[in-house]
Design a protein around this ligand. Structure first.
Ligand code: ZN
Length: 294
C-alpha cells in the first residue's frame, strides 16, 4: 500500500510530507509498459503530483503537473486529487538511454532540460491557478523545488526516487516535500539544510527498511515536530464512458459526421489508464445531430 504522511514542526514553520509510492510506480510500469528510465521519470512526476496534491485544501481540489522538456519522452503529465490519488501518462514510454555520468537512470536526458514545468491547481474557483517555470535539470525534484521558490515564493526541498530492478519492475519508490513558512527562524532553515545534506537518497532509505515516518523524523532531526495527518493514496483514473462521450461531444459537427460515416466503430483509449471506450457510429451521428439543434 502507498503511504503518505505529514509532519509539522511545533512552531508551525515547517511541514514535511513523505511518500512511499512503490505500488503507485509499480502500477504505472504495468499500465504504460515503461522502459526503466521512463518508469523513473513518470514515477517521480506522479509522486511529486501526489505530494503536492495532498497539500491542497480539500479532497475535491486537483493538481496537474506537466513537464515539457524537449526530450525523447515528449510531454509527461500527472494529475492528483486532494487526497494524493494520482494518474499519469507520457507521450513516449519506450525511451532507452545509457546511464548518466553518475551511473543513474538519465531522467533529465529522457525528459529534456530545455522547457517548462507547468502547474495547474483547480481549487473549485472560477479560474484554475496556473504557474510555469523553466526546467532546471529535467530530473523533476529539482524542477519542483524551483517552481515553489519562483512561483509560490516558498522555500522548498524535494526529493524523488524510483529504484528499478533489472527485470524492469519497481523495487522501491518514494519522495518527500518540505515547505518552510516565511516566518521560519533562520536556525530552522539551517537545521533542515544540514539534515538534507546528510541523508541518503529516498530509495536507499526505503531499501534499508525505513518507513515514511522514520524518513520524516530523519529529515526533521533536531526540530520539535509531530505527525499531522496521513493517507494511502492510489494510482487511480477518473475516466468513464460518460466523460469520454463529453470529450467527443466537444468536437465540431463536421468531425463527428465524418467519424460516424467513415468508421465502423469509434474507439477512444484513455491516456492515463489505457481503458478502451467503444462508440457505435449511430451514437456519434446522434451527437452530431445534437450539435445542429443547439
Ligand atoms: Zn482512464
Amino acid at each position: 500500500m502507498n503511504r503518505l504522511i505529514r509532519y509539522l514542526t511545533d512552531d508551525g514553520s515547517a511541514v514535511c510530507s513523505v511518500l512511499d509510492g512503490t505500488e503507485m510506480c509499480a502500477e504505472l510500469e504495468r499500465i504504460h509498459k515503461t522502459s526503466a528510465v521512463c518508469t523513473a521519470a513518470l514515477g517521480r512526476l506522479a509522486m511529486g503530483a501526489s505530494l503536492m496534491g495532498y497539500g491542497l485544501k480539500s479532497p475535491e481540489d486537483c493538481l496537474t503537473l506537466r513537464i515539457s522538456g524537449g526530450g525523447p519522452a515528449g510531454n509527461l503529465v500527472a494529475c492528483s486529487d486532494g487526497l494524493g490519488n494520482t494518474r499519469a501518462y507520457m507521450d513516449n514510454p519506450n525511451v532507452e538511454l545509457p546511464l548518466n555520468a553518475r551511473g543513474k537512470l538519465d531522467v533529465g536526458g529522457c525528459c529534456g532540460r530545455e522547457g517548462t514545468l507547468l502547474v495547474i491547481k483547480d481549487l473549485g474557483l472560477k479560474e484554475p491557478y496556473t504557474g510555469q517555470t523553466a526546467l532546471v535539470s529535467g530530473e523533476i525534484a529539482e524542477d519542483i523545488t524551483q517552481y515553489f521558490a519562483q512561483s509560490e515564493q516558498t522555500p522548498t526541498a524535494c526529493g524523488l526516487g524510483v529504484l528499478v530492478a533489472p527485470d524492469l519492475t519497481v523495487k522501491h519508490a518514494g519522495g518527500f516535500l518540505i515547505h518552510l513558512m516565511p516566518f521560519a527562524a533562520e536556525e530552522t532553515a539551517a537545521v533542515l539544510e544540514k539534515n538534507l545534506a546528510g541523508i541518503p537518497p529516498v530509495t536507499q532509505m526505503l531499501e534499508d527498511g525505513l518507513t515514511p515516518d522514520d524518513i520524516a523524523r530523519k529529515l526533521l532531526a533536531g526540530l520539535d515536530a509531530q505527525p499531522l495527518d496521513e493517507a494511502n493514496p492510489e494510482l487511480r483514473c477518473v475516466c468513464s464512458r460518460e466523460r469520454t462521450a463529453d470529450i467527443l461531444r466537444a468536437l465540431d459537427e463536421r468531425s463527428l459526421r465524418e467519424m460516424a460515416e467513415e468508421m465502423p466503430e469509434i474507439e477512444v483509449i484513455c491516456h492515463f489508464c489505457g481503458k478502451k471506450y467503444v462508440f457505435a457510429p449511430e451514437e456519434i451521428a446522434k451527437m452530431a445531430d445534437e450539435k445542429r439543434t443547439t
